[in-house]
Design a protein around this ligand. Structure first.
Ligand code: HEM
Length: 568
């Protein structure tokens, strides 16, 4: 008699519980939406598609009830979570930019990074320490600094072009032998070379070593490669550990588990930190000897991130303010390297895959580059030249469209720091709110304009006055079409439609400017050197794997130098 009553009472307390009023799926009696998320992950090779799917079916505000959701047991013991999905670009932008007092970086996101980057920006909550770090490193994203970094980025991309030129000369046609180059490792090496060079002043020279090897070994095939450097492998272990954390059952214990029980991670972080510490100490000694008797160089003369940090340190000492501790610096150096080593190569891989399928786009881009920037064929382009959106509108359009379609990072989250309202729906304090920034339909097209318009009265005051972008046409929003970014007169329009690959606002991507210039240089230089030939379907499938970013499973290329193209 008592047993069924007690069981029912426990079930009522603990069953998956959604937030009131907000639309949701029919829930599994115990696991809530977990089976649905698992099915999306299996069928579409990424859990983030679950957020797109419910947004399309349930509207601009919906919720996923994970495990026990907002139930009493779920909240107290932690095996549950409710995620409110906001799939409306205008409102998402408004919340990320204007409502940061109500929505902050979620604790769950910070916990993912905290084990590896305890005191790096990715792991830090928004507080004084975070702000101090952002101020410290901000110079690294200024135009004068990036202009000084440009020759190095160009040099590394040109090394890669030489590697691919050797590979291209060895490629065969037909189905036997090497018909294509596997570009995944090459892009990983390139981006680590670039980020190391910008961070420490010296590159890993992985691409240079590969080039030397291929030149010295003419019998090596087009995809024959050296062993990946240990530093790159270690970064991969760190990135995998962070990504695996998303599935960890008790998020609060994740940093402890990572640091204490994950041996592979401990070896990798040990080597990475030791390497960074040595570089920091060497740079410090050199900086001290150079500046002892002479005038302190102005901060904007810094030649790498270490210089920036040392110059700031000197300034702070001078003013009597507290500088960053050594472990804070090491964590920020690690953040920088990890930030650059994952997202950028993944986006480059998608760019190449997409270009292979769009020969007309390649021809148009090539024509623009040789007509508007003829110097690019004879010398390294400068930062001013390559970042000139007015002179190179099609390069800008291709880049924006690659980032729109690549869906490199599909979602970002915030947590409500007080009871609040989103598009008329009450959202209690502590609720995680998710923005599916990689979503291409509901969030971005005029097919949802009626829905968007009907929400007008429910918008927050800052959102009502804040829409800056147009809508994409619902009929072609899912297609790769750089022309959508061009005005009738051919000029580039960055506000043509919603675009959030880097998120936005105070906690948006810190590395946006660096990533954009790196990608522009990459696209311009590889395209001006090669046409990327179409590939057999089996070498250019659209399958992907979602970890911290959405990776393509394959990235093969058949580069053909333009002078070898018939009807160039
Ligand atoms: C194509 C390349 C990249 C993409 C698509 C990208 C995207 C993103 C996104 C979506 C976020 C989350 C922002 C949020 O929660 O609102 C983020 C954060 C961040 N990114 Fe990037 N990123 C890229 C490249 C880089 C690079 C090269 C760096 C190197 C410095 C970097 C450093 C960071 C940092 C430090 C954060 C955390 C910012 C914070 O917590 O306030 N990113 N990025």
């Amino acid at each position: 008699m008592y047993f069924p009553i007690c069981s029912l009472a426990i079930y009522q307390l603990g069953k998956p519980k959604p937030l009131p009023h907000i639309p949701h799926n029919k829930l599994h009696w115990f696991a809530g939406d977990y089976p649905f998320v698992a099915r999306m992950r299996r069928e579409k090779s990424g859990f983030s598609y679950a957020f797109d799917d419910i947004a399309i079916r349930l509207g601009p505000v919906s919720q996923l009830v994970l495990g026990l959701g907002a139930s009493w047991v779920g909240k107290v013991f932690g095996p549950g979570n409710v995620v409110v999905v906001v799939a409306d670009a205008q409102e998402a932008q408004d919340i990320l930019i204007n409502r940061s007092a109500e929505f902050d970086r979620s604790r769950r996101t910070s916990l993912l990074f905290e084990g590896t980057l305890r005191q790096g920006m990715l792991g830090l909550p928004t507080g004084e320490q975070f702000k101090q770090h952002k101020r410290y490193l901000g110079i690294a994203m200024t135009s004068p600094y990036l202009a000084r970094m440009t020759p190095r980025m160009v040099e590394h991309v040109q090394e890669l072009v030489e590697v691919w030129a050797i590979g291209a000369s060895q490629l065969r046609t037909g189905s036997s032998g090497d018909v294509a180059i596997n570009a995944i490792e090459d892009l990983r090496l390139l981006t680590v070379d670039i980020i190391a060079s910008i961070t420490f002043g010296t590159s890993l020279d992985g691409t240079r070593a590969l080039l030397n090897y291929l030149e010295a070994t003419p019998s090596a095939g087009p995809s024959s490669r050296l062993e990946v450097p240990q530093f790159v492998l270690d970064l991969e272990v760190l990135l995998h550990t962070i990504a695996d954390g998303a599935m960890f059952p008790v998020p609060g214990l994740l940093p402890w588990w990572t640091r204490t029980l994950n041996r592979k991670w401990r070896s990798a972080i040990g080597r990475v930190h030791a390497g960074l510490r040595t570089r920091l100490q060497t740079a410090r000694a050199q900086y001290a000897s150079e500046t002892r008797d002479s005038e302190r160089p102005a901060a904007h003369k810094a030649e790498n991130l270490l210089d920036i940090i040392l110059e700031r340190e000197r300034k702070d000492e001078y003013k009597g303010v507290m500088a960053l501790t050594e472990s804070e610096i090491i964590d920020e150096l690690t953040t920088f390297v990890l930030g650059g080593a994952e997202t950028t190569p993944t986006t480059m891989q998608w760019a190449l895959k997409i270009l292979c399928k769009h020969p007309k786009v390649q021809r148009k881009l090539y024509s623009e580059l040789v007509e508007k920037l003829p110097a690019i064929t004879t010398r390294a382009p400068t930062y001013a030249e390559i970042s000139d959106e007015a002179n190179l509108p099609y390069l800008s359009a291709v880049l924006y469209e690659v980032l729109r379609c690549a869906r490199t990072i599909a979602v970002v989250t915030r947590v409500a720091t007080r009871d609040t309202v989103v598009l008329g729906y009450p959202v209690p304090k502590g609720t995680e709110v998710l923005f599916p920034i990689g979503m291409m339909r509901q969030l971005e097209s005029d097919a949802s304009k009626d829905v968007t318009d009907s929400l007008e009265s429910a918008r927050s005051p800052s959102s009502k006055s804040g829409r800056k972008t147009g809508y994409w046409s619902g009929s072609n929003v899912h297609l790769f079409n750089p022309d959508r970014w061009l005005r009738r007169d051919g000029s580039f329009d960055a506000n043509a439609g919603p675009w959030l690959p880097f998120s936005t606002g105070f906690r948006g991507c810190f590395g946006t400017k660096l990533a954009l210039i790196e990608l522009r240089i990459f696209l311009a230089i590889v395209q001006v050197n090669f046409f990327f030939d179409a590939l057999p379907e089996e070498l250019n499938t659209w399958q992907s794997h979602e970890r911290l970013t959405r990776h393509p499973i394959q990235c093969y290329i058949r580069p053909i130098p333009w002078d070898k193209m018939e009807n160039n």
